[in-house]
Design a protein around this ligand. Structure first.
Ligand SMILES: Nc1ncnc2c1ncn2[C@@H]1O[C@H](COP(=O)(O)OP(=O)(O)OP(=O)(O)O)[C@@H](O)[C@H]1O
Length: 279
């Protein structure tokens, strides 16, 4: 069963002079096992949307359901793992082990079961066992991110929701997290991520949800997003769009270096032929 949002609206500081409408008439369906990117400019409503998935916020109007359950129910909370923008903000235990074990213990799993889950989770995020006794706050940004991810995974969620998971990480840290998320998705967990980093994430996204001023401007496949000319774009697709604007017959759904190279070679041969004909 999926995450479903029907006609959802949400405002901050309702019925005060500071009332801000953050989301309007959102209709969305996210299936298990999908890799979904939530895109949009600053203030578009991306973070607010993620907080409706696990019941941190309740919709002002409309319905949110996680596999048919109210997202603030205990069972729904077990199904959704959250990793916030600043991993450090969600760490609070004295050791990495306690941090990752917190969720399973809180949900009443035995010490033995919890231990199994901690080891399974650190393996999934490629953290070494020697890290388990460390103080989470002594870790690097990338390591903290992995601990936050492992804490979410220890509940074996069906949906993993992440807000800008690679922002601020060095290139190796970014790559590690991207590979890890892809592995998690391959095992059947839906990965739903807010991201500005399209260069890293675009190749992984199976579905794109584009928010604009609190409304869904687009939801659908990556190819359809590119064909319809939505923005933001990953760097290669942006370059192809520029070539298209200049009147060159390029394929606008290309977003990898390899495909772009092939496209440019094709273009070269077409233009070369034209030049020869003109001689
Ligand atoms: N705690 C809050 N109180 C009042 N208004 C808020 C609060 N948090 C967000 N907003 C407003 O709600 C709207 C949506 O904000 P949200 O943080 O969801 O956007 P976003 O797309 O995640 O932006 P960013 O990319 O900057 O993180 C914006 O107008 C924002 O100013």
């Amino acid at each position: 069963m999926p995450i479903i949002l029907e006609n959802v609206s949400f405002s901050y500081s309702k019925k005060t002079p500071l009332e801000t409408s953050a989301l309007r008439e959102i209709n969305l369906r996210i299936e298990k096992g999908e890799f979904v990117g939530i895109l949009g400019e600053k203030g578009a409503g991306k973070s607010t949307l993620t907080k409706l998935f696990n019941g941190i916020f309740k919709p002002e109007t409309g319905i949110v359901r996680v596999d048919g359950l109210d997202p603030s129910s205990r069972e729904a909370k077990r199904k959704i793992g959250m990793v916030f923008q600043q991993a450090a903000d969600q760490l609070f235990c004295k050791t990495v082990y306690e941090e990752i074990a917190f969720g399973p213990l809180n949900f009443g799993y035995s010490k033995k079961e919890t231990e199994q889950r901690v080891y399974e989770a650190i393996e999934a995020v490629s953290l070494d066992q020697t890290e388990l006794s460390r103080d989470p706050f002594s870790l690097s940004g990338g390591e903290m991110q992995r601990v936050a991810l492992a804490s979410a995974l220890a509940l074996r969620p069906d949906y993993l929701v992440l807000d800008e998971p690679i922002t601020g990480l060095d290139p190796i840290g970014k790559n590690d997290i991207l590979k890890t998320l892809n592995r998690i998705k391959e095992k059947g967990t839906a990965v739903i991520t807010v991201t500005h980093n399209l260069k890293g994430f675009f190749p992984l996204l199976e579905k794109i949800v584009l928010l604009r001023e609190g409304r869904i401007a687009f939801q659908g496949s990556r190819e359809s997003y590119l064909k319809k000319g939505f923005e933001p774009l990953p760097p290669i697709a942006s370059m192809m769009k520029e070539l298209g604007v200049r009147g060159l017959p390029v394929n606008l759904t290309v977003f990898t270096v390899e495909d772009a190279l092939e496209e440019i070679m094709k273009l070269k041969s077409i233009l070369g032929t034209d030049n020869n004909e003109n001689k």
